[in-house]
Design a protein around this ligand. Structure first.
Ligand SMILES: CCCCCCC[C@H](O)CC(=O)SCCNC(=O)CCNC(=O)[C@H](O)C(C)(C)COP(=O)([O-])OP(=O)([O-])OC[C@H]1O[C@@H](n2cnc3c(N)ncnc32)[C@H](O)[C@@H]1OP(=O)([O-])[O-]
Ligand SMILES: NC(=O)c1ccc[n+]([C@@H]2O[C@H](COP(=O)([O-])OP(=O)(O)OC[C@H]3O[C@@H](n4cnc5c(N)ncnc54)[C@H](O)[C@@H]3O)[C@@H](O)[C@H]2O)c1
Length: 310
């Protein structure tokens, strides 16, 4: 089914799959949190999107509205008025906030999509554990950290799991649903049902490094950087090679710019610390240099490639 089909399916799905979750709080309005907020609101659920300041949240809302416009044009190409109504109603279901504690007072699901740093995630979840209702499920969108490690600071380990989305969230159909060591069957089933209710195809995974996709993707993308660093091939040729030779929609270097070089560095540094003998995760100077220069990829207008400022 193409992206169009999936986007349309998300509507029929949200009707067909009755999820116990109606109010969702997403913490972190960056690349991923804004996409998660969008697809949740698109499915008719109430969203509170939290970030550290209103400037960032204004940027999140702009990116969400741009994306909603693209989707509306595709689904309602013969009925622009309906399309505008769809985009407006979805956008109106998203409230923004800078106080995470207040934002979880009346919520059924919290999805954390903040910086890939265990200490920062711990500080956040510790705060939220005493503020959210007892029934509320907590989930992390982490790319590479252990769900058990993240949930180690909360009491509700039975209602904690991983909901790992893929970038760009409005288009990528997959959702990895990850069980921690104490995640109950009922929490797991609710997360799977919720994922279906927002139109995603859910796969289940244990709490293992990188879950499924990143366990395979991280080594591939890290090796692409080493190819580039050794001068074996140019960034463009590496990307063309993998698109035309392996059928990928994006080559590895452009994909790294797309997911963010800071997030990439957080992931590799974390795995290098946890698995120091694994050569695949050794630091990559060319990546570290760009991050040190603030060239984080698409989100800052320059990474391995340069991008038009949006
Ligand atoms: C070293 C370790 C690094 C690991 C990092 C791990 C990160 C993480 O944990 C895992 C991941 O996410 S891994 C990453 C996993 N992700 C991947 O691997 C992504 C691989 N890349 C792709 O799938 C495609 O290149 C894209 C879909 C990104 C763009 O498609 P394209 O053809 O090249 O360019 P296009 O023409 O622009 O878009 C085509 C159509 O898609 C639609 N659309 C696009 N963006 C949209 C949005 N934001 N909103 C709404 N709609 C959006 C739109 O309908 C458009 O049609 P339109 O009518 O013309 O508007
Ligand atoms: N980038 C990807 O392709 C991708 C895909 C899947 C999962 N992830 C994971 O999702 C998470 C977010 O990644 P991203 O790419 O969206 O990062 P990002 O840098 O685009 O967004 C992170 C957002 O979190 C906010 N934030 C940081 N600390 C916060 C706090 N204490 N309270 C509230 N907001 C806070 C930041 O201001 C920022 O807006 C990471 O754990 C990452 O590993 C990323």
């Amino acid at each position: 089914m193409n992206q169009f089909g999936v986007i349309v399916r998300s509507f029929s799905n949200s009707a067909a799959v009755n999820s116990a979750i109606k109010n969702v709080t997403i913490i972190g309005g960056g690349l991923m949190g804004s996409g998660i907020a969008q697809v949740t609101a698109q499915a008719g659920q109430n969203v509170t999107l939290v970030d550290v300041n209103s400037d960032i949240l204004a940027k999140s809302q702009k990116s969400i509205n741009n994306s909603l416009g693209r989707i509306a044009k595709k689904i309602y190409k013969d009925n622009p008025q309906e399309g505008e109504k769809f985009a407006r109603e979805a956008s109106e279901r998203i409230k923004t906030a800078t106080d995470p504690v207040a934002a979880v007072k009346d919520t059924d699901l919290v999805i954390e999509a903040i910086v890939e740093n265990l200490d920062v995630k711990h500080a956040l979840f510790q705060k939220l554990d005493n503020a959210a209702p007892a029934h509320t499920i907590f989930a992390s969108n982490t790319s590479s950290l252990s769900i058990n490690d993240i949930s180690s600071v909360v009491k509700r380990k039975d209602r904690f799991g991983g909901l790992h989305f893929f970038n760009p969230v409005p288009v990528m159909r997959l959702l990895e649903v990850v069980r921690g060591g104490e995640t109950t069957d009922s929490t797991f089933d609710t997360m799977m049902q919720w994922g279906k209710s927002i139109g995603k195809t859910c796969v289940a995974c244990k709490d293992t490094p990188g879950f499924i996709v990143n366990r395979l993707l991280v080594p591939y993308m890290a090796e692409a950087l080493r190819l580039l660093e050794r001068g074996d091939a140019s960034a463009r040729d590496i990307d063309i090679a993998m698109k035309l030779g392996a059928g990928y929609p994006m080559g590895p270097i452009e994909l790294l710019d797309y997911v963010g070089l800071d997030t990439t560095k957080f992931i590799l540094d974390g795995w290098n610390k946890n698995y120091p003998d694994q050569p695949l995760f050794k630091p990559i100077p060319i990546l570290n240099k760009l991050v040190a220069e603030g060239k984080l990829g698409v989100k800052t207008g320059e990474g391995f490639y340069k991008y038009d400022k949006k």
